[in-house]
Write a protein that binds this ligand. Structure first.
Ligand code: GLA
Length: 750
């Protein structure tokens, strides 16, 4: 028990001077919500989370205080942080579901948390930062639970620090960041999430949670954490919710490794929500005297439906989570679909000419520029070789990345390039020198993925991270105006083991890998703050708010078909703001689906997010280039509203053969409406007027259709000035005809 006093001291010192002690109850407010907490029988419980409650005594009086459970054996406490173990000394109430399970140094399997101290910490940003220091009633093991209430966006961030003051290591069988219990709050629940696969990410699904059920989503990929399910969800409390109605809880786990989220509605309608890092590889071993900080979980509530949940999290992302959330994202051209592995300097220079002509701002060189000798990633070897060797292939690019960035600069473009830092090919100089640096099992061959030779580096090992850092640093530092990195990751953990970790700590690998990845990202971001990062992982595999602490945007899918992107971006928009969603105009027939859609349609879809190109401009006709030029110029004008404004999803593609959404700037003086037809049942199907949202009732707006192709307009009131309230109640009259017709309208307050 030697570390006890030291740990207790550490717990107390943060904010000793200004921290304010909290009594036995506390209301944590944001603009429209309240989390009401209360210490009962020594432990911190939740009285309420939802719409605002302003008095502690009201919260106490109205809370469901019989807890849930028809008989006291199954009764559960609405814990602020539910752990596996006893809730009451010598009484009933053993929570066998809690999100934290600790096996103590002496083998004891349970926790019994009591509130040791509660205080609010000073926060220079004006945020309320509440800290609940909880300790096991017997063991020197601390759970320090943090809450930061972010007023304007109605989001509460929470995270957990675990401190082991025991004489030996403890094992964490479950280590959730959020494990909150709610007593009876509704008699119906619905769980919305997104799921998918390669080139079909973020498909929206919703299921009811019946009494006695637990609904879970998760990823055990280790790397492509968002490829299948995304670490985010909405929970409707009550029969139903829509974009504009219903009581909805929304949460996101900020983690790029394996994870799990579950909502349990037990046999007595008690609800426990859990979210955290996955421990299916085995219990995490936390050594004596050590602490660990678990990933952040951010949550919000609205009694006005799912749209408000999205807007809250979008605002939170821009204001608090993204590295530079208020910076406008550039219009770029990425070389991948335009040339794949087949390029020369001349091909790339021609592409740059095309970007410049269309008004683009950044050129990004994708895969295929690196590797030397027998491991050169050329047109013959393609993706079979070279990952891990981040040096230029001089055969392909004699003037290197520096030469290319100079060429970009000469055309007034910024420059960026692709890299896949977490990966290595077994066909590489790096692997030849360090076969022990990959994730692998001691006595088994290494399993590989893409190209028959790709596998994952062991980032729990600081030497491996340092090697990547040194290689990237050498590249970054030579390119003076480097503006952008596309950070790809095209594999999962195909193996599970580390030559760096000792036998006792093998199961720490998944968690320590992600912590190591963040360490590398943080170092690069700190040294090169001006270099934006795109998170890519075989498309949408790294779409998570853990990565987006370091990355500015993500490549949402390798499927660039505009019609499919309507769905994918719809799913991603549930939690991720438009400034983070990279959407590229590509060639037709589309390379993934072989579908041909009009250029206008492709622009109309891509312009609803972060617009870019992924094609060779020389394959475009002069007429198409002229149209593109006009679209890019218009995009630059609407960009602040699209990338920084509030999103209103108007018509879902899941319920109709068309879809519509709009963005409104904060002052409600500018709005942009997007309307996309899907495959139409009948060319003349009528689209009802679009009831616009988010406009000011007392303002009038000039309606202007933009991206007009071949003189075809889609609205009979184009050019008129109309009242915000009428546009909301009567709606904007619009027309679509045939497959893949679309329209974009700009509304400007007069
Ligand atoms: C992944 C990415 C693509 C592209 C290729 C390059 O599939 O998702 O966008 O960068 O790798 O190999």
């Amino acid at each position: 028990m030697k570390n006890v006093s030291m740990l207790a001291l550490a717990v107390c010192t943060a904010g000793t001077l200004f921290a304010a002690e909290v009594g036995d109850s506390f209301l944590l407010h944001t603009k429209n919500t309240t989390l009401a907490l209360c210490r009962q029988q020594g432990s911190w419980n939740v009285l309420h989370y939802g719409a605002k409650v302003s008095s502690q005594s009201d919260a106490f009086a109205l809370a469901w205080n019989r807890w849930a459970g028809g008989n006291s054996v199954s009764q559960r406490r609405p814990a602020a942080y539910a752990a596996y173990g006893g809730d009451k000394d010598g009484g009933y109430g053993f929570n066998k579901f809690g999100g934290l399970q600790v096996t103590h140094a002496d083998g004891c399997l349970t926790l019994h948390l009591v509130g040791e101290k509660a205080e609010t910490l000073p926060d220079e940003t004006g945020v309320t930062h509440l800290v609940l220091v909880q300790r096991d009633r017997f063991y020197p093991f601390w759970v320090v639970q943090h809450f930061r209430a972010l007023e304007k966006c109605d989001v509460i961030e929470t995270w957990i620090e675990l401190r082991n003051g025991e004489d030996g290591a403890v094992r964490l069988g479950r280590m959730d960041s959020f494990a909150m219990g709610f007593p009876l709050i509704a008699n119906a629940f619905r769980f919305q999430y997104v799921t998918g696969q390669w080139a079909a990410e973020a498909q929206l699904r919703e299921t009811s949670i019946e009494r006695g059920q637990t609904v879970s989503i998760g990823s055990r990929s280790g790397v492509r954490d968002a490829w299948e399910n995304n670490a985010s969800f909405m929970l409707t409390a009550g029969e139903t919710s829509s974009e504009t109605s219903g009581r909805v809880f929304g949460g996101v786990l900020c983690w790029s490794g394996s994870w799990g989220i579950s909502v349990q509605r037990d046999h007595c309608d008690f609800v426990e929500i859990r979210a955290g890092a996955d421990t299916s590889a085995g219990a995490y071993v936390l050594d004596a005297g050590k602490s660990i900080t678990l990933p952040k979980f951010a949550f919000t509530f609205s009694s006005k439906g799912k749209g408000q949940i999205s807007r809250n999290i979008h605002r939170w992302a821009r204001d608090w989570q993204l590295p530079a959330g208020s910076k406008l994202r550039p219009v770029l051209l990425n070389s991948w679909e335009g040339s794949y592995f087949s390029f020369t300097e001349k091909v790339l220079h021609d592409m740059m000419d095309g970007v410049k002509e269309m008004g683009g701002e950044l050129f990004v060189l994708d895969d295929g520029w690196f590797g030397t000798g027998k491991y050169a990633r050329d047109d013959v070897h393609k993706d079979k070789v070279g990952l891990g060797d981040w040096v230029i292939n001089p055969e392909k690019l004699p003037n290197g990345l520096v030469g290319l960035s100079d060429e970009a600069k000469a055309r007034g473009l910024k420059f960026g390039f692709w890299v896949e830092p977490e990966m290595v090919n077994t066909n590489s100089w790096l692997y030849e020198a360090h076969p022990e640096w990959v994730i692998r099992e001691k006595n088994r061959p290494v399993n590989v993925g893409r190209g028959g030779s790709q596998t994952v580096l062991d980032y729990s090992n600081p030497a491996v991270r340092q090697n990547t850092y040194n290689q990237l640093d050498a590249l970054y530092s030579k390119i003076l105006d480097l503006a952008y990195i596309k950070w790809d990751a095209n594999a999962d953990f195909y193996n599970m083991g580390s030559t760096y970790l000792d036998a006792a700590h093998q199961a720490n690998l998944p968690f320590d890998y992600t912590v190591g990845l963040y360490d590398l990202l943080a170092k690069l971001r700190a040294k090169y703050p001006q270099v934006d990062i795109q998170a890519c992982s075989s498309g949408g595999g790294h779409v998570d708010f853990g990565f987006l602490r370091y990355a500015d945007e993500f490549w949402g899918s390798d499927d660039s078909d505009a019609r499919e992107r309507v769905f994918i971006q719809w799913g991603e928009s549930q939690f991720y703001p438009a400034c983070t969603i990279a959407a590229h105009v590509t060639d037709v027939p589309n390379h993934q689906t072989h579908r041909t859609t009009p250029l206008k349609y492709r622009f109309d879809v891509a312009m609803s997010a972060r617009l870019g190109f992924e094609l060779h401009p020389k394959n475009m006709s002069a007429e198409d280039v002229a149209f593109a030029k006009k679209c890019v110029a218009d995009y630059k004008r609407i960009r602040p509203t699209v990338q920084q404004g509030d999103l209103y999803r108007l018509v879902s593609p899941y319920d109709n053969n068309y879809a519509a959404l709009m963005y409104v700037n904060e002052e409600a003086t500018h709005a942009v409406v997007f309307l996309w037809g899907l495959a139409r049942g009948n060319w003349s199907d009528f689209v009802p007027p679009l009831a616009l949202q988010g406009l000011a009732d007392d303002k009038s707006y000039a309606v202007k259709e933009i991206n007009v192709a071949k003189g075809r307009k889609h609205c009979r009131v184009d050019g008129r000035i109309l009242g915000g309230s009428a546009l909301g109640s009567m709606g904007l009259p619009v027309r679509l005809s045939g497959d893949y017709d679309s329209a974009v309208f700009e509304l400007t307050a007069k």
